[in-house]
Design a protein around this ligand. Structure first.
Ligand SMILES: C[S@@+](CC[C@H](N)C(=O)[O-])C[C@H]1O[C@@H](n2cnc3c(N)ncnc32)[C@H](O)[C@@H]1O
Length: 406
């Protein structure tokens, strides 16, 4: 089958219309003519074994890892990402609000400070393809920031008996933490020591987990557990085993703008807070700030940052966001949920307790638009929307938004 791509749609697919209906083509760019084999999965038509007959004139000509599903000159990526956010708002929330221009990533390549790779059985590192879990060997990863790119080059040649390696680096310190996943803990103690000698700041071990990385307990092997990183106006600790934003330069800009949007007042609540970076920035504007996060490690880091920065009016609550509903009313509630968007109980809590302002940071425009639609129907006004690019060369786009009552 042959088709011309009409537009980019969520998930990093190019959409084409054919006689058999709409078809999705992973990594194909608007305007391109492609040929491949149509395959129907769960009622949706996909084109596979794709050959590009007419490439986009600005298609990126150099090798990228398979996760880079938007291989296009950087300036041409940005309007496509804005359109993903605008489309979600119109199609799902049924809102015609105008967006502020997307804020580009300060670095289009060499921006990632965290990554995870599989060991390739024939040696080297590999990308695990989603769905098939097949391994795609990588010579290098141009999305990695220094010092991670050097760590990648070193690990590629290091014969480690593990299933996966995870990296977390700091631009501020110029150092990298390493997570070894799988293999035998005992057998990895000596290599861990040698890797710290080679320049890694610290090494931890974890058992592999079908659900993703570091779901289980982490065992420190050698060296340090955390590094200090700069996120805009703040410095914060990062570790290899719990979530921190992977593009700290872009995230720092977003957090600074987000805090500037808050009007200030008595009480602020941050749900899905991670280590509470936004809460630390909101603290000077409110008498009391509460940050709720389920990850023990993220709360431990946040508490350490709070003490180090001398912020007295921020309290962490380690637990599920649904427990926060009993904390009462706040002037501002900030949320930054995972891709699934807000838990239904959180949406119900917001509509019932009616904070004056809701700062909503999102990594999935579709679930964000669903939640925003419901909040607007419940009496909120979408006062501010700006897309941010945290992940150049991929379809991912972050959204900073503010909803106000009335
Ligand atoms: C997208 S991250 C945002 C973290 C933080 N705002 C940041 O930028 O570093 C989402 C966070 O929500 C947390 N989380 C997910 N589900 C949760 C739940 N049900 N209750 C509390 N926290 C949750 C995750 O552990 C993760 O730290």
């Amino acid at each position: 089958m042959q088709a011309r791509i009409e537009k980019l749609v969520p998930g990093g697919y190019g959409l084409a219309r054919t006689e058999e209906g709409a078809i999705l083509v992973k990594g194909a760019l608007p305007g391109e003519v492609v040929r491949g084999v149509p395959v129907r999965r769960k009622g949706t038509l996909f084109l596979e074994e794709v050959e590009i007959l007419e490439p986009h004139p600005q298609r990126y000509p150099h090798p990228l890892p398979p996760s880079a599903d938007l291989p296009l000159a950087y300036e041409a990526q940005l309007p496509l990402k804005e359109a993903l956010v605008g489309d979600a708002l119109a199609r799902i929330a049924k809102l015609e609000a105008s967006l502020l221009p997307i804020r580009p990533s300060p670095r289009p390549l060499g921006y990632r400070t965290a990554a995870q790779y599989a060991r390739y059985p024939l040696g080297g590192l590999a990308y695990r393809l989603p769905e098939s879990h097949a391994l795609y060997p990588l010579e290098e990863d141009p999305l990695l920031a220094e010092p991670l790119a050097s760590a990648f080059a070193l690990l590629k040649t290091w014969p480690l008996p593990v299933e996966e390696v995870a990296l977390r680096g700091s631009l501020l310190e110029g150092r990298v933490l390493l997570g070894l996943i799988g293999g035998s803990l005992e057998a990895l103690k000596r290599p861990a020591k040698a890797l710290v000698k080679e320049g890694f700041a610290g090494v931890v071990w974890a058992e592999p987990s079908a659900k993703g990385r570091f779901r289980g307990r982490v065992t420190p092997l050698h060296g340090e557990r955390t590094l200090l990183e700069r996120f805009g106006p703040l410095t914060a600790t990062v570790s290899v085993e719990s979530f921190s934003q992977v593009n700290p330069l872009a995230a720092g800009e977003l957090f600074a703008e987000a805090a500037g949007l808050a009007s200030g007042g008595e009480r602020a609540l941050e749900l899905y807070a991670g280590s509470g970076l936004l809460s630390l920035l909101l603290a000077p504007r409110y008498r009391e700030v509460v940050a709720v996060e389920v990850s023990k490690e993220a709360v431990r880091r946040g508490e350490a940052d709070r003490r180090r920065l001398g912020v007295e009016n921020l309290r962490f609550h380690r637990g599920d966001v649904r427990e926060a509903l009993r904390f009462g009313r706040f002037d501002l509630v900030a949320v930054d949920p995972p891709r699934a968007g807000l838990a239904p109980e959180v949406r119900a809590y917001l509509l019932e307790s009616r904070p004056q302002e809701i700062l909503y940071i999102a990594c999935d425009p579709a679930t964000w638009a669903r939640d925003v639609g419901e909040l607007v129907r419940g009496g909120y006004r979408l006062a501010f929307v700006r897309p941010y690019d945290f992940f150049p060369f991929t379809h991912h786009v972050e959204v900073l938004s503010l909803l106000r009552l009335g």
